[in-house]
Design a protein around this ligand. Structure first.
Ligand code: NCD
Length: 313
């Protein structure tokens, strides 16, 4: 592996291998000295053309955890406002020593444009491209499921036999797409539940089943309910009548939580709209993995950087 653009590019063995390496990184992070020297002398550039809290800080923590130096670029306040192109921006960062480029951009497909272009030599990690993909979120989500549902027995295993319901704004969600491809590779069963207006048109080609209400999805007693943020910034017009209607039909609330097995998990990639797609009580309940996902995100990204470093051109 040289880059990570899409979870579709991961083989079963690569995916399980990354989850296993994540266990080792969780272990590193629980030690007194929470660092490995693997990337000492290397530079990771975080290149963020779109807003982010967790993903950017998480990659920063992961790079520092492997001893790398970190450069952080955010489009706001940069020469992008003077018309500098993506190509020139990336080449500038590489000229300053970057060997890993973690890229977030609002254009779907931009990460593979970069790897196909030959503009830079760095390892490219897609940290979210438009509504297309967010592969490291899917890795940390799969790791969180395996850790919580299989515990210490998880090493070497995939997610065969585990059922996952993904709920809400699937149309605009790169998290849903990356999760679906990875969960399928790992053998999980995936069901999507969303209002018709928030389901992509090409859903029949995705190899997943759909149900038309969240309550139908809950009746299937999934092991995991993955809630998604309603992405208001990507909505040009009304995709649902009102927020209160959305939360009553599609929001994960306590009465729905009670209908799940006590071992079932409720996930959310963050940032959450509390009271819209997930209620505050559910988000703060022991079955919620929201903060665990964030903690595992650092280890999962350490595992990825660690794995990519072995493949130099
Ligand atoms: C997601 C993103 O930006 O794609 N957040 C994240 O990375 N944790 C999901 C979202 O914005 O809803």
């Amino acid at each position: 592996m040289r880059h990570l653009i899409s979870t579709r590019d991961l083989s079963h063995a690569e995916a399980v291998g990354l989850l296993d390496t994540t266990i080792d990184m969780v272990d590193v992070r629980s030690r007194d000295i929470k660092k490995l020297p693997t990337l000492r002398g290397k530079t990771v550039a975080n290149v963020f053309f779109e807003d982010s809290t967790r993903t950017r800080l998480s990659f920063e923590a992961a790079a520092l955890g492997l001893g790398a130096d970190v450069m952080t670029f955010t489009a706001q306040g940069s020469s992008v406002s003077k018309g500098e192109s993506l190509k020139d921006t990336l080449q500038t960062l590489e000229a300053m020593g970057a060997e890993f480029i973690v890229l977030r951009h609002s254009n779907s497909g931009v990460a593979s444009t970069v790897t196909n272009s030959g503009w830079v030599e760095s390892h490219i990690i897609n940290a979210g491209d438009g509504t297309h993909e967010h592969p490291t979120q899917a890795l940390l989500d799969a790791f969180t499921m395996r850790a919580r549902l299989l515990g210490d027995d998880g090493r070497g295993k995939d997610l065969g036999g585990i059922s996952v319901a993904i709920v809400g704004d699937i149309l605009h969600s790169r998290v849903a797409r990356s999760n679906i491809w990875l969960l399928r590779t790992l053998g999980a069963t995936v069901t999507l539940a969303a209002p018709q207006t928030l389901l992509p048109r090409d859903i029949d080609e995705w190899g997943v089943s759909t149900v038309s209400t969240l309550d139908d999805a809950i009746d299937l007693k999934p092991d995991v309910v993955m809630t998604l943020r309603v992405q208001k910034e990507r909505m040009s017009s009304g995709f649902f009548p009102s927020e209160s209607e959305f939360s009553s039909l599609w929001g994960m609330n306590v009465s729905r939580l009670k209908r799940l097995a006590p071992t079932a998990l409720v996930m959310h990639p963050g940032p959450m709209n509390r009271g819209l797609e997930i209620s505050g009580e559910v988000a703060d309940s022991p079955q919620s993995t929201v903060t665990e996902q964030v903690a595992n995100g650092v280890a999962a990204r350490m595992a990825l950087l660690y794995t990519l470093r072995g493949d130099s051109r």
